[in-house]
Design a binder for this molecule. Sequence first.
Ligand code: NAD
Ligand code: ZN
Ligand code: ZN
Length: 361
Amino acid sequence: MAYEVKGVVARSKGAPVSIETILVPDPGPGEAVVDVQACGVCHTDLHYREGGINDEFPFLLGHEAAGVVSAVGEGVTNVAVGDYVVLNWRAVCGQCRACLKGQLQYCFNTHNAAQKMTLADGTELSPALGIGAFAEKTLVHSGQCTKVDPAAPPTAAGLVGCGIMAGAGAALNTGAVQRGESVAVFGCGGVGDAAIAGAKLAGATTIVAVDIDDRKLEWAREFGATHTVNSKETDPVEAIKALTGGFGVDVAIEAVGHPKVLEQAFYSRDLAGRVVLVGVPTPEMTVELPHIELYGRGGAIKPAWYGDCLPSRDFPMLVDLYLQGRFPLDKFVSETIGLDSVEEAFEKMHRGEVLRSVVVL
Ligand SMILES: NC(=O)c1ccc[n+]([C@@H]2O[C@H](COP(=O)([O-])OP(=O)(O)OC[C@H]3O[C@@H](n4cnc5c(N)ncnc54)[C@H](O)[C@@H]3O)[C@@H](O)[C@H]2O)c1
Ligand SMILES: [Zn+2]
Ligand SMILES: [Zn+2]
């Protein structure tokens, strides 16, 4: 028997989201149903609503969540009813060519639930990033459930499931920031600030925050930025060079998703430095760089999907660091809201008023 619950649905491109009754099937083999306790509003949810990801409307939004497993299907051994979990969008298959090379963080065939959640009239829903957690219950593959310490409140723990992992992992995993290195982070939303916190954790001694909004730059300092640059007023490449002996940073992280910003990140890095791409571009965006500069500067240009994380390794790590006071998950929570305020939260995000609005259920 399917469960009947409320969920936040984007029905068509650009239209405001609505609360709908959704049907969540009993878990089949390898699946789990999770009672969602909290779910952050990520910019990627807005990208879905805008039709920027794909056209598979209607979407069940929400993908940055923590909750408790309430039912499991046949053959599930990694979690049991009552387990406190953060949901992930990288349930590795163990069998694709990336997994077989031991590079599970690139898994090309990640698992999602096989069954579909639907609207009351039977219309199949596309859950955002295979999760769909702006809902009282959601159906996922059991591999999408990562157990973490229940001492961490769901408002904080859930954020690890997307944006915070993407940002922190961009610094810790993809950029592999080392003690004493210099880092610049372009775009200080939830994702960029997590990259700043990750760089601080890794021991970077110069961390330059770049944004076009002074309020965001103020917040960035609280996460560990040692310097800030408003790129609306100041050329960020010149400013970053001035802060690094004229050379540029070891690691430049782009957390906006704009070719102009990528170009700034590219030129603000020292020879042999790393550029890390976290921001999600839209399909029509193109980048043009002089071939000689690409070649001549050496180093690496590395896209970071989900911070190159392995949820089983990295989620408990971030949650434990949080519980020890070494990673400030609470600071990302600007407000807690109900399911009925997601549309408003998108507007606040757009106006730059929040790092994360978190839906509490
Ligand atoms: N790669 C991944 O795995 C992954 C995961 C989650 C989110 N993302 C993406 O990361 C990006 C950031 O997400 P977020 O939730 O932090 O969004 P956000 O809207 O909260 O933050 C974006 C920040 O960029 C700033 N900004 C805008 N234009 C700028 C410019 N020209 N120069 C400098 N700063 C500028 C804004 O003022 C804001 O502070 C989005 O594109 C999102 O889709 C990627
Ligand atoms: Zn795989
Ligand atoms: Zn996200």
